[in-house]
Every structure is written in C-alpha cells, then in structure tokens.
Design a protein around this ligand. Sequence first.
Ligand SMILES: [Zn+2]
Ligand SMILES: [Zn+2]
Length: 326
Amino acid sequence: MERQREETRRIEAFRNAARTILPLPEDEVRRRAEAGTLTELPGIGPSTASVITDACNGVVPDRLVRLEKTSGPLAHGGEQLRSLLRGDLHSHSDWSDGGSPLEEMAMTAMEVGHDYLVLTDHSPRLRVAHGLSAERLARQLGVVEAVNEHLGGSFTLLKGIEVDILDDGSLDQTPEMLGRLDVRVASVHSKLKMDEAPMTRRMVAAVRNPHTNVLGHCTGRLVTGNRGTRPPSRFDARAVFTACAEEGVAVEINSRPERRDPPSRLLELARDLGCLFSIDSDAHAPGQLDMLDHGAARATEAGIDPDRIVNTWERDRLLEWASARL
Ligand SMILES: [Zn+2]
Ligand SMILES: [Zn+2]
C-alpha cells in the first residue's frame, strides 16, 4: 500500500491492527476470529478483521492477492542500475515525520536487499516535522547502535541526518553532533522563493561545509501529489553543481514521484559538470524504500555512470568518502 502511496489513514489502520494482534497469544486470536469478536479489540475494524480471519484460516487475504499483483518494479528502464544499488542515503522514521519506528525501516531495508540504510531524520528548526534537537539525536544514535548490535553486521543502519540549510547557508545542527554521524544530507526546506543570488550563496555555502555529503532535493519543486505543486527554487545551478563537483558532494536524485528532483535539465548539467550522485528514496514509511526504482530509471535515462552514484559503493567506500573532508 505504501509502494502505491495509498492514503496514510488506511495504511495506519493496518499498522494499528498489527500492533494490537502481534502481542496476543495465537489461540486467543484464533478463538476471536472464529467467534467474530476481533473487532472488539482496539484498532481493529471490519476490513482488518477480515484480513486477520483469512490469515487464521490459512487463506491468503484478497486484499493481499490484489496488492501482490502489482509487485515488481515501480518504474521501467532502470532495473539494471537498481540492481547495483547497495543502500539508500535518505530515510525518515517516526522520530521525525516518518510513520514507522526506525527498527522497522531497518528490517524492511534488509528485506529490500540493502547492505545499508542511512537514517536521516530532520533537524531542530523543522518543527512541523518534529526535527530532532541535539539531545534527541544523541539518544537516537544510542538506539541505532543497539539495533546494529542486534543485527550482527550483515546489514548496517547508518547514522545520519537531513539537516536544514539555514538562510545564510549554515547547517541546522551542532558541528559536534554532525561530526558523530556517518552521512549528512543537507536540504533547503524554508524560504524556497528566495531571490536567485542569495539562494545561490546559501546553497554554495552549504555545499562547501565539510560536513555536507549530499545535497538533498536541490530545487524543492513538487510536480504532483496531495501536497499540491510548487515551482523549483531559483539559483545558479552551474555555480552550485561546480561547488558539488569540487567538494565531492553528491547531488541527490530524489526518487519520490512528487519531487522528481533535480529536473532533467539540471540532472544533465550536474552530469556534465562531473558531479557525484546519490539515488535516494526519501522514504517516510517502509514500503516507500522501493521508490529507488524511479530514481534508477531517471539516472539511467540521463546516462549516468553507475560508479559516480555513491550508493552503488560498498559500505566502507561510502563511509570513507563521507568522512573525507572532516
Ligand atoms: Zn527534505
Ligand atoms: Zn527527507
């Protein structure tokens, strides 16, 4: 359902029902399924109850049959490149504005076949998205370490942030905290309509900051979807991408269909200027980790060499690159 960007409310209904059912003893669930009393439990309505009842009876729920018919790549043309991607550098959990616990994001990333996932919850200034203060981020890092210990090394949840680029181009987190992270995505989320010259200065300053590894969704545009549309920010793309190429900062290819950022013309410019790239899902829910299909299709169409895409790299090479300017 998340892959198809169905309504959050409907997806939440299934997540809430799962939360109620999972801790219950199996025989109680069976008894209730037989007696038709599942809906007496909190968070379980008629449609989630029918799915649970089917599962108890060993029947694959209709809803799942229908959804599984739509499995397979979300986009065509990028399959080969997608198979080379080893991880994802941009994802959110319910610590900021994502819908799921970070443990669940990690589990799904493993299922998708990633070697690593960078958890990049928002920074303090983005209050609408419950951005993390330095204290909360420090606490999150402890949880990430515990998850990795539990997983035992075959997959790594990497420590990261999507840090706001403030009006003057500085980054919205303390240098100490930024220094404790593995990978840092820097994005503009405010004053997207700034004039071209100050916006260029703002973005170049952020790219020159040695903590920045990835320039997130550079134009901020929205092309479709329930948040409406938004024009791209105006900046001197040649100056910004030249700075990215000089600093070894990856230009993000944001895979979300409502963003398609950068637009094709800018993607080609960044390609011609020798930039590195990162194909990111910007997932706010586990199922959205599959969005990479869209970004892989766009990068393939633009003829970008896979070795210039940092998430085709092995974890250790990625980490070395991400700490190279510190
Ligand atoms: Zn963002
Ligand atoms: Zn994001």
